[in-house]
Write a protein that binds this ligand. Structure first.
Ligand SMILES: CC(C)(COP(=O)(O)OP(=O)(O)OC[C@H]1O[C@@H](n2cnc3c(N)ncnc32)[C@H](O)[C@@H]1OP(=O)(O)O)[C@@H](O)C(=O)NCCC(=O)NCCS
Length: 190
């Protein structure tokens, strides 16, 4: 018999990271041979204008970054997917779940799509797949996007995806514009 939702662990399995497929995309664990792609993504100062850390400067930084992703997965502290196109398996973006709050059944989410791939629905398709996975396989209740006030693209994306400030009530917001999305709202009101 399946465990009830309340009995499920927050994250049932994260190492190996589940691969999530969409019509055009594959969300998968980053690999060592993604180093160049991750370096390109995360060394772009303009893309990282509203990011939580400074742009990577060297390929050694990128190698360290990939090791940190693997450690986060092993320890369950942050789960980072590479967003790859299904045809060629090239990394064109990334999305991360982090800051897991077991009591609130909440986590933070971040996203990044390579400039050449923007406005083609990559973030929308990826986050839809992630949300479907989280609703079905985990007992996370809320994912929160903390977005800098000037980050118009991310605010627009989050709004399009259904994130709303009302859902963020009770989830600590600090000094940033905080949106939240209820992953499985009906369970809370049942
Ligand atoms: C935010 C970001 C991930 C969007 O990725 P994307 O793949 O281009 O987004 P999508 O094509 O899926 O856009 C979906 C919807 O979001 C909104 N949107 C996305 N980018 C937008 C922009 N630059 N301006 C206005 N609306 C935007 C639109 O409503 C869009 O739908 P539409 O194209 O049909 O109008 C991308 O701009 C990015 O990587 N930004 C830098 C990284 C960053 O700041 N991350 C935030 C840290 S949490």
């Amino acid at each position: 018999m399946n465990a009830s939702w309340e009995e499920r662990p927050l994250l049932p399995s994260h190492d190996p990271l589940p691969t999530l497929e969409t019509a055009r995309l594959r969300l998968r664990a980053p690999r060592d041979d993604d180093l160049e792609a991750f370096f390109a993504l995360l060394s772009d100062a303009d893309s990282l204008r509203h990011w939580s850390h400074a742009p990577l400067r060297t390929r050694d930084d990128a190698a360290w970054y990939l090791r940190d992703i693997a450690a986060g997965r092993r320890h369950g502290t942050h789960l980072q997917w590479a967003i790859a196109d299904r045809d060629e398996d090239r990394v064109i973006g990334t999305t991360t779940l982090f800051a897991f709050d077991h009591e609130a059944r909440a986590a933070r989410v971040s996203w990044l799509v390579a400039p050449a791939w923007r406005r083609r629905g990559v973030a929308r398709e990826s986050l839809h797949a992630l949300r479907t996975y989280l609703a079905g396989a985990t007992s996370l209740d809320v994912i929160v996007a903390e977005i800098m006030p000037g980050n118009a693209a991310s605010i627009a994306l989050a709004t399009t995806l259904g994130f709303d400030a009302e859902s963020a009530r009770g989830v600590e917001g600090e000094h940033r514009f905080t949106l939240a999305m209820t992953v499985f709202a009906p369970r809370r009101t049942a």
